[in-house]
Write a protein that binds this ligand. Structure first.
Ligand code: FE
Ligand code: FE
Ligand code: ZN
Length: 276
């Protein structure tokens, strides 16, 4: 069965997101751990978190994807920028232990002119400071479109980070279909080839989640503008091949398309139908 859901707003709390996901036909979802631009996290309500954890078990959800604020930069130029990112991520991970066993996705960072090699070193250093043996959350590096000085637009960059992480069982990868397409990986005409390349460079066993998005821009544009499913340059046929691909079975698929809830509901329904 396809595990699919969408990005949800966390303003009404954890259990409310779980109920909304079910109403939309989802059995997973993604949410920002805090304001995506800012830094302040709301006071966590342990009862609310426990109530979501119970719902996830009862209704057999696939792992959820908690998304770090995208302004964090583990490989920023200033030490203060890097420390802030690391402290925020460590705090997110501590909070996530109230809902054990989920995924925590983050954008690896932008090296802002320091060079890809230095960026990779700093990201790995940051992760080694953050990850803890006791945590039940797996942290995911997101594949990026490679705009500006983004790290993670090439599978090799993610592999280089993974190689430097000490706690290997706490780290994985989330593949964003819009990002890899915009990064130049042709998932429309050669999905098998791209997944073979992913397996060769990173290893498919590292892949823990998919962001299922169409793209407003053509292959290799390095833009990162998401489109609704079937309304972009990836198209519904390629997206259908993705949800049906044998190498991706069992993974949680999260939509990050420009939709309100009714639009998400339609896309979830449509992909469940097309995946059959
Ligand atoms: Fe993201
Ligand atoms: Fe994404
Ligand atoms: Zn994106």
């Amino acid at each position: 069965m396809l595990h699919i859901g969408c990005h949800l707003s966390s303003t009404k709390g954890f259990a409310a997101m779980g109920r909304t996901a079910l109403e939309l036909g989802g059995d997973t979802f993604q949410f920002f751990t805090r304001n995506p631009r800012g830094s302040r996290a709301k006071e966590l309500d342990p009862a609310d978190a426990a109530s979501l954890a119970a719902l996830l078990r009862e209704r057999h959800f696939a792992p959820l994807v908690a998304h770090a604020p995208y302004t964090l930069n583990l490989c920023g130029e200033k030490e203060e920028t890097r420390r802030f990112a690391a402290e925020t991520m460590a705090d997110d991970l501590a909070r996530l232990e109230h809902i054990p066993g989920q995924l925590y996705n983050f954008h690896p960072g932008s090296h802002v002119g320091q060079g890809m090699g230095r960026g990779i070193e700093l990201i790995a250093q940051g992760l080694n400071a953050i990850l803890k043996k006791e945590q039940t959350t797996i942290v995911l590096l997101e594949t990026m479109a490679g705009k500006g000085s983004e790290v993670g637009g090439r599978f090799e960059e993610l592999r280089a980070i993974l190689d430097r992480v000490e706690l290997q069982d706490k780290i994985g990868v989330c593949l964003d279909t819009c990002h890899v397409h915009d990064g130049g990986y042709d998932i429309v005409n050669d999905l098998d080839g791209v997944l073979t390349e992913f397996d060769r460079v990173i290893g498919l066993e590292r892949l823990k989640a998919i962001h299922l998005n169409d793209s407003k821009n053509p292959l290799g544009s390095r833009k990162d503008r998401h489109a609704c499913l079937g309304e972009g340059c990836i198209g519904i046929d390629a997206l259908t091949r993705i949800v049906r691909h044998s190498a991706l079975q069992g993974l949680p698929f999260c939509l990050e398309t420009p939709n309100e809830l009714p639009g998400y509901k339609k896309e979830i329904e449509m992909m469940r139908h097309l995946a059959e």
